[in-house]
Write a protein that binds this ligand. Sequence first.
Ligand SMILES: [Zn+2]
Length: 148
Amino acid sequence: MGIEFHTSVDHPAPRSVSQAITRGLRGRCPRCGEGRLFKGFLKPVDTCAACGEAMHHQRADDLPPYVVITIVGHVVVGGLLMAEKYADWSMGLHMAIWPALTVILSLLLMQPVKGGVIGLQWAMRMHGFGGMPDLPERQPLPSAAGQA
Ligand SMILES: [Zn+2]
């Protein structure tokens, strides 16, 4: 007697969050890991060329910049403080290194981080990745009754 797996809209197949994020970080489709995820610097493909997974509806919004700012901020501020404590750099050297490092790290991290966020959203079935469009909340607003 074999094990049978049944999936449906109510019980969709589980998706690995870590695998989807890793594939996104590498700029690959979170579903198959083969097709390219981006057609531009930050513009995802409409559909995966390898497996056909739709990507046009993804909405990473502001999360990738927040993640990049957090990473770059820790590296640059930490490095600056370490250099101040343990090295005797001139102000000119500081001014040459830290702004340039901030820009370079931000540019290098932006696409992989956005890919990772798209992978996370795909694995969590957010923003259309569950096969259903996102609908607005249908819960009624809190009643104003009882307020004077
Ligand atoms: Zn794919």
